[in-house]
Design a protein. Structure first.
Length: 655
């Protein structure tokens, strides 16, 4: 028989957890909850790291943690600090006993690990942080730098090298520095005129807010909370990946309807655990991180990385913002999951540290993951899918005002990108092969890059079982019924495309010289002598049809019947909580019509030898547009992400 355990700030952990005698802490309820039980938390602020003791037994016998209906429940990884002493001007200092931190002191722990990047001589950052009325500070390298910090309006994006505006310039003058002693940690902070003894000042204390210590605690639901202020570490794919919240290598979690913010690194983690590798490239220095990542795939298979034991999480309707590395992160543990209806913004935009693992969503091995109808904006990178992007579907998402929108790296497909708006200057980066792009609006550049120096795995369809591995030749992509609106490469990357590896253009012109059909590809291969040698320098085919190119966007010459029009514009406009797509397309646009595209219409992927399918193995059906309109299978609709998009001026609400 299922039970409901109540938690309230007026409760007592020696009580029985009934509605009349609630517990005081969520952890006390976690200690008694079993499969089928619910932990109902009532309004108030809880400063604890919730560590579930047990999981559920099935999707219908979950353990559910939820905020009481209509009540605001906040769980924080921070503690309030009082007793600040003036240290001259607007600088104050406080000494915190190290006993507050236990065996994990965020002010002694650096943001460090595989693929973190610090410029030569640059100070390393720490997992600590200071908050004034909820607003996080910037760390500086010395006490002297706390005194009069400069106002910064821009910061250089680590990937593109382009100077980007910081979200809140005044925030850059709120700074802190800490020294960790044997018994106390001393913090200096510049509060810019605020009195920290009368305002709310908090500091990071706990690594996580809701994260089990054991693996395989399955079938847990976390619903309706505000979760904030955790000192979670850098989460590369070759390390343990703890987040502010996450399942810690388990199956079947639901994380829904939460507000999650101020994770030092990653907010939601559906990633790997430590036994499959933990920063070995950094610690040992004997092999590249790429090699250790490859090894982690095989090690994970040996400990039960499969659909029966791992993944199948649902992350939906969460608002995630102000995190240093990722909104959602995961390697291996994310398989077969659904990420939908989330609002993700201001991820890694403070730019306090940089590395090759940053994004609103950053997933490795996103096998059969569906990323649909998310609003991702004002991030350093919207979504980055890295390694083993296979069976992955990116559908009906809105990307804008990111440094870059979508990056798919060293993957073999099949992966499907459909009915999205990608409106940032750097819209799509493809360091992969085997993709299908159908009915998108792309108002920025497309960058196509082969990667011949890293062989990565591909899998049997809908499985974690490795079928082989190969390098990335680029190509083997499909482009159907997309609308390209001219983008500026210099604005996206601060340089001309010829200066970098590969080519970036508005449109598909980066595929120039690629064959336009499989027979043409085979003819080129057959003209070369040798076994594997004849494949090395022959570009893979690119299948493109029914696309529209406006405002200077260009097709590659192999495309079949592209519509190229002069003029035209498209932009995303935000008005309060509403978002609109504002378009002005030439009259010729209305002549391009498309029926419903399915997996049967998309050419088979070459290396993985796989089709574009639903999770159940049936052909993919691509019939729902960005705003939720289901298309008539017997009719035709406009190119791009909105079935009813028309020529001329139009304004369509898209969020």
């Amino acid at each position: 028989m299922s039970s409901v355990f109540h938690v309230a700030v007026t409760g007592d952990d020696s009580a029985d957890g009934s509605s009349d005698r609630p517990f005081r802490t969520i952890n006390r309820a976690a200690g008694v909850a079993h499969a089928g039980d619910t932990v109902e938390v009532h309004a108030g602020e809880y400063r604890e790291w919730v560590r579930p003791r047990r999981g559920g037994l099935s999707d219908t016998r979950r353990i559910t943690y939820q905020a009481a209906a209509g009540e605001h429940v906040v769980i924080k990884g921070s503690e309030r600090v009082t007793g600040w002493a003036s240290d001259g001007g607007t600088v104050w200092t406080a000494s915190v006993p190290n006993a507050v931190f236990g065996d994990f002191n965020p002010y002694a722990e650096e943001v460090a690990g595989d693929w973190i990047v610090y410029a030569d001589g640059a100070p390393h950052r720490h997992l600590g942080d200071v908050y004034l009325n909820g607003l996080s500070f910037y760390e500086v390298a010395s006490r002297d730098e706390v005194t009069d910090p400069p106002l910064r309006t821009e910061a250089v994006d680590g990937w593109t090298g382009v100077a980007m505006p910081v979200p809140n310039p005044e925030q850059t003058r709120l700074v802190w520095f800490a020294e960790v002693g044997a018994d106390t940690t001393t913090i200096w902070a510049n509060f810019q005129g605020a009195d920290p003894n009368t305002e709310l000042v908090e500091i990071n204390v706990r690594r996580s807010v809701f994260f089990p210590e054991a693996n395989h605690l399955d079938w847990i639901t976390v619903r309706g909370f505000e979760l904030a202020q955790a000192a979670c570490p850098w989460t590369p794919p070759t390390a343990d990946q703890p987040g502010l919240i996450g399942p810690n290598w388990a199956k079947g979690w639901i994380i829904e309807d939460n507000v999650i913010h101020d994770a030092k690194c990653s907010a939601i983690s559906i990633g790997k655990e430590a036994s499959t590798g933990h920063n070995y490239a950094t610690e040992r220095g004997d092999k590249p991180g790429y090699q250790y990542q490859l090894e982690s795939v095989f090690t994970a298979r040996q400990i039960g990385w499969d659909a029966e034991h791992i993944g199948s999480h649902i992350i939906r309707r969460n608002t995630i913002f102000d995190c240093g590395q990722n909104g959602i992160v995961g390697h291996l543990g994310c398989v077969f999951s659904t990420i939908e209806d989330n609002h993700i913004y201001r991820i890694a935009t403070k730019r306090e540290f940089y590395g090759y693992e940053i994004g609103g969503i950053k997933l490795h091995a996103a096998i059969d993951v569906e990323i649909r109808h998310n609003h991702i904006h004002d991030c350093t990178l919207g979504t980055w899918l890295d390694w083993q992007t296979q069976g992955t579907r990116i559908s009906r998402n809105l990307f804008h005002r990111n440094s870059r929108d979508l990056f798919v790296e060293v993957s073999h497909g099949p992966y499907l990108v459909e009915h999205n708006v990608l409106a940032s200057p750097a819209a799509i980066e493809i360091f992969s092969q085997g993709g299908a792009f159908v009915h998108n609006l792309i108002a920025g550049t497309v960058w196509v890059v082969p990667v011949p120096d890293r062989a990565t795995p591909y899998h049997r369809p809908h499985s974690t079982q490795v079928a082989g591995y190969a390098v990335i030749f680029a190509g083997d992509d499909r482009w159907v019924a997309n609308v390209f609106v001219g983008g500026d490469v210099a604005a996206a990357y601060g340089k001309a495309p010829q200066e970098g590896q590969g080519l970036a253009f508005a449109g598909t012109a980066g595929y120039e010289g690629y064959p336009a059909s499989y027979p043409e590809y085979r003819a080129r291969v057959d003209a070369v002598q040798g076994d594997h040698q004849r494949f090395l320098n022959v570009k893979q085919p690119v299948y493109a049809r029914g696309n529209v190119y406006a405002a200077g966007a260009e097709p590659f010459t192999g495309e079949s019947g592209p519509l190229v029009v002069t003029g035209g514009s498209a932009s995303v406009v935000t008005e309060g909580d509403e978002v609109y797509l504002v378009t002005d397309l030439p009259a010729e646009f209305g002549a391009v019509r498309s029926g419903v595209v399915t997996g049967r219409d998309l050419e088979r992927v070459r290396f993985a030898d796989a089709d574009f399918e639903e999770r159940d193995g049936t052909p993919a059906i691509i019939d729902v547009d960005l705003v939720g309109t289901r298309k008539d299978h017997d009719g035709e609709s406009a190119a791009g992400p909105i079935a009813g998009l028309t020529s001329g001026a139009a304004r369509t609400r898209i969020w």
